[in-house]
Write a protein of this length. Structure first.
Length: 630
């Protein structure tokens, strides 16, 4: 069977309209040409926090270029300059055909670009010549973004053309996010200076949020100020007032990019730069009426679908969040998530976790960059059925590779801040790109996994603390706490069965002399050897403990009264053997007293221990000078 051709698509912010339009065109071409797509997508730059972005951008470390025939690199959607350079370097090193979008910074790549400059110039000239604007402000995108630089350059050139001075404080920089528009509007209002006649914005999101902020202060468009955007998004078209903006052929650009990389794969020659035209759309925010924005029936239909879809997604998110809060293990989390995957309307969904995702308590112990050599897929939802795939090599990326032409998968990161947990794969479905809440769903899944990880590590720490609480650190057997905890239960069971109990109380002879004559290191050695001898001689089911200082205790069920004497005999013989073979200038000796008795109703653990202790002292009185120097 002929090998499927596979293209890697690398992008950030797939839930934005620009990315959506480009991806729609890419998918349409891929399906038409019978190739498969693997889209590696991050939501970097969305949430404040460098650590969070590190976790998002880690998904790009998953890409195994050897598995692909070509690369579509939407490097213009990535704000982080270092991450952009890393992606450019790795794509170049792959030696695959690479197509970028609106980015002339890497001449070694093929570039599908939309003319930002001509359309922006047309828009700025319009507000100056048609609407008489003389005082202009600008909200720019990130300085590292080539499209943002082009739009700012076009704005400055037109202002210079008409002799309009633009002071540095009239230009506000952002990251193409809505909040950047609001902050720019706040800065303009706080400056106390005159308002601009027109505020030109690098994209619609910043323009609309700036308009909203001005409206709160009684400043309305276009009566008090003209505001323009760029992209002609859904919200721009149906906002009131509708936004003067620039429309770009995004779907066409995506289709052309996919077609170009396929032609390059086939060995055809293509132009290094292919440029598409954009057009200005003049609407109500500059004082113009746009007939295109007045399709009220279409707006009502689309608004209903959007609101209904959003309600369904919010309901899914709330239910998922509520149920995941109860999960205490990986299997519980996977079981809960399985119940929601059908609502995502994808053909297949896979959760892939690093082999050591649940290990480590601080960042120095956890995985931050890249993934483990193998991954495991605890949950695969495949056409409504649940599957457990087990482990697979990470270089494979997708636990179930594409099986037919025209398939496409989204690879999305699962992480908690910098900590890498794994990734999510959604195949043949629109949820990742079309739902406004896909990012939130992924964060909920990631947070649930992190809660489970913390619970696993907390329980492990509790078990270790409990072990330390009941264990003597020198001798490695129970301490007094551990003995009492186990002995109470043991005594109760023996009483219920009507069994005999055997208790031996042991006191090491001459520990002080060993410490004084040979040092505490030798004293510790003697205690450990004595404890080891008791452990070796005890019967099955008996418990052994260091009761304190140089005192030890052994307790267990006995089948006959002679069992106590047999234990003492074994202990003394074993201790004598140790003294014979060890190369020490002293003998390890101990006094021992053992009782074997039935358990009466009024017997307590401590009354029985006291009886064994008294028996031990009788033995010590019979042999008062048992400590021997060799």
């Amino acid at each position: 069977m002929e090998k499927l051709r596979e293209i890697a698509l690398i992008v950030a912010g797939i839930d934005e309209e620009y990315q959506n339009g480009i991806i729609d065109g890419i998918i349409a071409c891929a399906r038409e040409r019978g190739v498969s797509l693997s889209c590696f997508a991050a939501f970097g730059g969305v949430i404040t926090g460098k650590g969070y972005d590190i976790g998002e951008y880690n998904i790009y470390n998953l890409i195994n270029y050897e598995r692909f025939d070509g690369v579509l690199l939407m490097i213009n959607t990535i704000c982080d300059a270092d991450q952009k350079q890393r992606l450019a370097d790795s794509a170049k090193a792959s030696r695959l055909p690479v197509v970028v979008f609106d980015c002339g910074e890497y001449p070694e790549f093929y570039n599908i670009t939309i003319d930002n400059i001509s359309a922006m110039k047309e828009l700025v000239r319009h507000v100056i010549t048609v609407h008489g604007a003389k005082r202009l402000g600008f909200i720019a995108g990130p300085e590292s973004n080539p499209e943002a630089r082009d739009r700012l350059t076009a704005f400055k050139q037109v202002c210079e053309e008409y002799g309009i001075e633009v002071p540095p404080e009239a230009i506000h920089y952002g990251e193409f996010r809505s909040i950047d528009g609001r902050r720019a509007a706040e800065a303009i209002l706080k400056s106390g200076g005159p308002l601009p006649d027109a505020l030109i914005c690098s994209n619609d999101a910043m323009a609309l949020s700036a308009m909203s902020e001005f409206s709160k202060h009684g400043i309305h468009c276009p009566d008090s100020m003209i505001v323009t955007g760029f992209d002609n998004t859904y919200n721009a078209r149906y906002h009131f007032p509708s936004l003067t903006t620039v429309e770009r052929p995004l779907v066409r650009a995506g289709f052309l990019a996919c077609d170009t990389v396929l032609r390059l794969i086939d060995g055809e020659k293509c132009d290094k730069v292919q440029r598409l035209s954009a057009r200005a759309v003049f609407a109500e925010s500059c004082g113009c009426m746009n007939a295109e924005s007045m399709d009220i029936p279409e707006y009502r239909r689309s608004a209903y679908n959007l609101i209904n879809s959003c309600r369904e997604d919010i309901n899914l998110l709330n239910r998922l969040n509520s149920e995941l809060a109860e999960a205490e293990s990986e299997s519980q989390s996977m079981s809960i998530i399985f119940g929601f995957l059908e609502d995502m309307d994808c053909e297949r969904c896979c959760i892939c976790l690093c082999d050591d995702w649940d290990k480590g308590n601080d960042l120095s112990e956890c995985l931050i960059n890249g993934y483990t050599e193998t991954m495991h897929a605890p949950l695969i939802w495949d056409r409504g059925a649940v599957r457990y795939y087990g482990s697979f090599p990470t270089e494979q990326m997708n636990p179930i590779p594409h099986e037919r032409p025209g398939s496409f998968s989204y690879f999305l990161p699962l992480h908690f801040r910098e900590r890498c947990l794994g990734y999510f794969v959604a195949t043949n479905g629109d949820f990742p790109a079309k739902s406004m809440l896909c990012h939130s769903v992924l964060m909920n899944i990631s947070n649930s996994l992190e809660n489970v990880r913390k619970l696993i590590n907390l329980n492990s720490a509790i078990r270790e603390l409990d072990r330390l609480y009941v264990t003597d650190p020198l001798c490695g057997i129970f301490n007094r706490n551990g003995f009492i905890r186990r002995a109470d239960d043991l005594l109760t069971r023996l009483r219920e069965k009507g069994s005999l109990v055997a208790i031996s109380f042991v006191d090491m002879d001459g520990l002080k002399h060993v410490n004084d004559d040979y040092g505490h290191q030798e004293g510790d050695y003697s205690l450990k050897r004595l404890a080891g001898t008791l452990s070796e001689c005890r019967r099955e089911g008996w418990i052994c403990a260091r009761f304190g200082g140089d005192e030890f205790i052994v307790m267990g069920g006995a089948s006959s009264e002679s069992e106590g004497a047999e234990f003492e005999k074994d202990f003394k013989e074993r201790l004598a053997e140790i003294n014979r073979i060890q190369n020490k200038p002293y003998d390890i000796t101990a006094s021992i007293g053992t009782i074997v008795t039935a358990i009466n109703e009024d017997d307590t653990l401590f009354t029985l221990i006291n009886r064994a202790d008294e028996t031990m002292y009788e033995d010590k009185k019979r042999n008062p000078s048992r400590y021997i120097r060799k």
